[in-house]
Design a binder for this molecule. Structure first.
Ligand SMILES: Cc1cc2nc3c(=O)[nH]c(=O)nc-3n(C[C@H](O)[C@H](O)[C@H](O)COP(=O)(O)OP(=O)(O)OC[C@H]3O[C@@H](n4cnc5c(N)ncnc54)[C@H](O)[C@@H]3O)c2cc1C
Length: 515
């Protein structure tokens, strides 16, 4: 097998003939001697001409080619059960791995199935009614179901990313995600994938329980667990706890039980919204054409000893309210598969380490309480200054923010609950606002045009990762105080994003399959 690269202008199809010819050249054989040819990666190169760069693997005729194969799912109707708390990426992929290992997942999800969940999210955006069990973070598919569905991750050391991508394709995602350098699914496609995963788990003998908020986890004398969810109690030898970074009640449960938990750094900042055409112009150096993929961006900077970075960028996306509690304003972003809205949004956040919060916040909940108070201060300011929607966000134009001026007017935004012109530069903690003020003009040096008053900053982007870690044994992945309990995914503090959470789910299920 030989690996080679071939480039093609975006908008022009790469033909079979071109591929065969390039493969023959790479292998040093006549075209008739080329066997299997496969594109393994596609990335955009916008440095001069706008190109797709393909990485291709070519095999000679007769040379063995092994396609990637997923392990089969077993019939687990009569198998030992494992309780999985949470049906987000970590929980769903843990449950799928349990099926492969011949174990019966019982999935307990506090929210609703993905279809009923859509109704609650519409109510959230239009009326500002927050259902504490069904919102942009909670419900089937977890925080990843109504998102951009970006699948890019740097966590290749956590496991085989191909396993996650191939499963997603098997459940309905487009095959392009297998080769794209920055794959994404889109919020219009994700619910179908999530439903197909559930059907597979149920057909093979697993269980799903919705409206099943876990309120207690008890370890009983024989070493097994009793897990209470509403009126019901579920029993199993092992529990995978994949409740996400917003399940503050689960952390409080750990505190009550005396089980170890520790404060963990997170990141705090704003959502930045530019007109998408500006980002297209910047990223494609003025050569953007409508047939080109909507441009994305990312950056990392160091400002005064802390990272300032873009987070979860949604090209052609919209801003959504992702609060899980009344009296708070939190924003996030999502996009359809076509990424075709007029806006580009991204979190731009500052790394917060334990100790960066004011000294009044102490103990394992210090950063969680700090995070919640910042979210509350956004809500309070807007409601005390004439907010017309319970989830309206405080907002400021980018240059006004950096100059410390309240904006006279605001540009249009995709954020349905609306934006109120506010002194975000004062509402954000100074160690965040000060670093953002320095970062935006610096970003402009590499992305000329980024620092503009056409860009709107909205507060607050705070649910970037967990503020708490549930410490686990690095070998067995069990909680250090509770053998048989596997803290998993983003909420455990060991993952961030859809793919890394899914990988962590796979790893936990793998470990707990040794009965
Ligand atoms: C709007 C939005 C857009 C995003 N976009 C992207 C993106 O494009 N790409 C990306 O990689 N990441 C994105 N993220 C982040 C990503 O969704 C998370 O990193 C990922 O979902 C974490 O997976 P998880 O399974 O660990 O937790 P979660 O997805 O948070 O899932 C946890 C699940 O547990 C359930 N649960 C919580 N408490 C309980 C309880 N007590 N009992 C029972 N069930 C409970 C919740 O309802 C939830 O379904 C986005 C997040 C949001 C909010």
């Amino acid at each position: 097998m030989k690996e080679f690269e071939i480039a093609q202008k975006i908008g022009k199809e790469l033909t079979e003939g071109q591929l065969q010819e390039a493969a023959a050249k790479a292998l040093g054989v006549k075209p008739g001697m080329v066997g299997h040819v496969e594109i393994v990666r596609r990335s955009i190169d916008a440095r001069q001409d706008i190109l797709y760069r393909y990485r291709v693997q070519a095999y000679r005729q007769g040379e063995k080619f092994e396609p990637y194969r997923l392990a089969p799912y077993q019939d687990v109707h009569n198998a030992p059960a494992v309780i999985v708390v949470g049906a987000g990426p970590a929980g769903m992929f843990a449950a799928l791995k349990l099926l492969q290992k011949g174990l019966r997942p019982i999935v307990l999800e506090r929210g609703k199935d993905v279809e009923r969940r859509k109704v609650d999210m519409a109510r959230l955006s239009t009326k500002g009614v927050i259902d504490p069990d069904s919102n942009y973070c909670y419900g089937e598919g977890g925080a990843g179901a109504f998102s951009d569905g970006k699948l890019f991750t740097r966590s290749s050391k956590r496991g085989d990313i191909r396993e996650v991508l191939h499963q997603l394709v098997a459940f309905g995602a487009h095959e392009d995600i297998l080769i794209d350098a920055h794959p994404h699914i889109g919020t219009d496609k994700l619910p179908e994938v999530v439903k197909n995963i559930r059907s597979c788990i149920q057909e093979h003998g697993g269980e799903y329980h919705f409206d099943a908020r876990v309120t207690d986890i008890e370890k009983i004398a024989d070493g097994s667990f009793r897990v209470s969810a509403g009126e019901n109690v579920f029993c199993a030898q092992k529990v995978i706890l994949a409740s996400g970074h917003s399940a503050r009640d689960i952390y409080e449960l750990f505190q009550r039980k005396g089980w170890a938990l520790e404060a963990k750094g997170f990141a705090l900042g704003v959502r930045v919204e530019h007109p998408q055409w500006q980002i297209n112009q910047i990223r494609y150096h003025g050569k953007y054409q409508p047939f080109m993929p909507t441009a994305e961006y990312s950056f990392v900077q160091q400002v005064d000893g802390r990272g300032v970075f873009s987070f979860c960028m949604c090209p052609g996306g919209i801003l959504v309210p992702s609060s899980t509690e009344d009296g708070t304003v939190v924003l996030n972003g999502m996009s359809n598969a076509a990424r075709n809205s007029k806006w580009a949004n991204a979190g731009v956040v500052v790394q917060i380490e334990p100790g960066d919060q004011p000294s009044t916040y102490e103990g394992p909940f210090a950063l969680m309480d700090f995070q919640r108070d910042v979210e509350r201060s956004m809500y309070r300011y807007v409601q005390e200054h004439g907010g017309t929607h319970p989830l309206m966000a405080p907002a400021q134009r980018m240059k006004d923010f950096c100059r410390g001026i309240v904006s006279k007017d605001l540009p249009k935004t995709s954020y349905h609950p609306g934006a109120l012109s506010s002194p975000l530069h004062e509402l954000l903690p100074e160690n965040v606002a000060g670093r953002l003020r320095k970062a935006f003009p610096q970003v402009d040096r590499s992305m000329h045009g980024y620092y503009t008053n056409d860009a709107l900053l909205l507060g607050v982007e705070s649910r970037t990762s967990s503020t708490i870690r549930l410490p686990r044994n690095p070998e067995t992945l069990e909680h250090v105080d509770v053998p048989g309990l596997y803290p998993c995914g983003e909420g455990a503090g060991y993952a961030g994003g859809i793919v890394s959470s899914a990988l962590d789910g796979i790893n936990c299920a793998d470990k707990c399959s040794n009965f």
